[in-house]
Every structure is written in structure tokens, then in C-alpha cells.
Design a protein around this ligand. Sequence first.
Ligand code: FAD
Length: 302
Amino acid sequence: MTSADVIDHNRIRVSFEFFPPKSPKMEETLWSCIERLAPLRPNFVSVTYGAGGSTRERTHSTVARIVRETSLKPAAHLTCVDASRAEVDDVVRGYASAGVKHIVALRGDPAAGLGNAYQPAPDGYASTPDLIAGIRAIGDFEISVSAYPEKHPESPDLPADIALLKRKVEAGATRAITQFFFDNDVFERYVDRVRAAGITIPIVPGIVPVLDFQRTAGFAAKTGASVPASLAKRFEGLENDEKTRHLVATTVAAEQVFDLVKRGYRDFHFYTMNRADLVYAICHMLGVRADASVAMGEAAAA
Ligand code: FAD
């Protein structure tokens, strides 16, 4: 890790993504994860929105609890799938009154599943720029959006994808978070093209620690992210050895992040999958250290 020597630790900023829990047991897991990661003082933490709005209440209650019980700045993911404008606007107003100031605005997957054409709900927001304009009309939210270094599977080509990103920025997006990727050259080429298109908002790389290679590869196939053969090789034969798999996953993600730091990137968004250990270790290696004064439950005071 020679690159660690040249990192200006103070400038590294991390954010963490969680999914809303489905059961009391999962809720416990999520909150112990949040408790472990909170002292790293992330720039923000985000909570996903289930496909088709299936976690509408759970996303809201998780984000609202983060506001109430921690000093973290939460971002609520929101999609326009299967919901009228009035329903989506209600969700946005609910966030405003819960004290949430940041929304990750997404179109979402087609209700009929990936691979089908996206059909806006009757009287629903038709696209992400449309949704962003709706959110902006309700309140002064910080708005993050998605970006796809290897293009979205529905997109005809990268220029079309980048043109859409530009429309999201024109509508009011202030940050893009990427789909996960494993090839930093691909990401860097993408950022060059985004900049050449006149888009200046931060493009924050989304980093996924590979907790389970088969599952990650399956998800990558659906989302259009390429998986290098060298990555498969590293996890080969570890299917029944979770401990070693996680050590390898930490190393792989740390290598990727250190290489991005070397290339000048300082902001990283981690897909935590509600597991703290790997992400905590990577952040530690990046020099992002726990602030002992950050304890849970002191949110309101902070
Ligand atoms: P967009 O980027 O707005 O559009 C995706 C693609 O659709 C475009 O590239 C384009 O090809 C096509 N398209 C869109 N509008 C048009 C148009 N007018 N004409 C032609 N083509 C068009 N999903 C969830 O369900 N919940 C989440 O919480 C969630 N969080 C995410 C967070 C991040 C950081 C990322 C990268 C993805 C997330 N997703 C989530 C997945 C996302 O919902 C899917 O990828 C979905 O298929 C696209 O939503 P989007 O906002 O990324 O779409």
C-alpha cells in the first residue's frame, strides 16, 4: 500500500449506503452497522428505496430514525415507479417534515422488471429530470442522482446516457453517484467524457465490497457492470470460506480505492449491504478514523 503514504487523509470523504431492514433481526443488524460506521463521520449516509416503492414506509422510518437518533446526514433514495406525482410528492413532503434534506432521485427499474420498457405510472413522473423538478418545486433539497460508467442497460450508448445526466444536472442535481464498477480505467474514461460534455458536478465512485462473488457477478450482469476475469480468479475456490472471502474482498476494494486516490479522486460512496466490517477496514486504511466524540443518540445536540 505505498499509495497510503501520499494520501492527504483530511481530504478523503466517504458516504455509506444502507438498505431498509425487513425484520426486527435485520433492523438490529442495520443499527449495529450504523453505530460502527457513524464515528467515521461520513459526508452522508443513504437509504435505498425498494423496487416499485416497496419499502416506502421502511425507507422513511429508517431515514427519520437516523435524523432523530444520530448526527449523521441521511439521504433518502426515491424512485418514480408505480406512483402518481401526488404520491411521490407526499413522500417528498414527508421527508421535508422529518428533517431530511437530501434525496437520491431515481427513475427506478421498470415495474415489469429489468429488460422491459419503462412505463411511467399514469400521472406519474416520466423521467428522473422530471422527478428532480418536482422535488425542487417542493423544497430546497440536496439532490444526488445515478451515473453509469458502463452505461445503463437500457441506454443505446454512452453519449445518450451522458446527455440524460446533463438533463438531470440542468433540472437541479448536485452530485452523481456511480453504479459499482471494477475497472478504474473505464471509470476515468467515463468521467473524462462527462467533463467534456460540460457536466461539472462531483461524480462519486460507487464502491462495492464483494461479499459474495457469485451474487455480485449476477447483479453486475443485470446492471451492465463488467467483471474482470482477474476478479473471478481471486475469489475462485472460496465459495465455502466466508472468512477468507471477506479478507480478499477488503483487499480488492482497498486496492481499487487506493488506485482512485492516486488518480486524484477523494470522495467514495460505499455500498455497505448493511455490513460494517469490510467498509470500516477500508476507511481505516484510507486514514478515515473514528471520532470518539461521535456517539449514537446525540443527534439533536450536534
Ligand atoms: P436514469 O439514469 O434516469 O435512466 C436510466 C436509463 O433509462 C437511461 O440511461 C436511458 O437509457 C433510459 N432513459 C431514461 N429516460 C429516457 C428517455 N426519456 N428516453 C430514452 N431513454 C431514457 N433502484 C431502486 O429501485 N432503489 C434505489 O434506492 C436505487 N438506488 C440506486 C442508487 C444508485 C447510486 C444507482 C446507480 C442505482 C440505484 N438504483 C436504485 C437502480 C436504478 O433504479 C435503476 O438502474 C433504474 O433502472 C434506473 O433508474 P435511474 O434513476 O438510474 O435512471
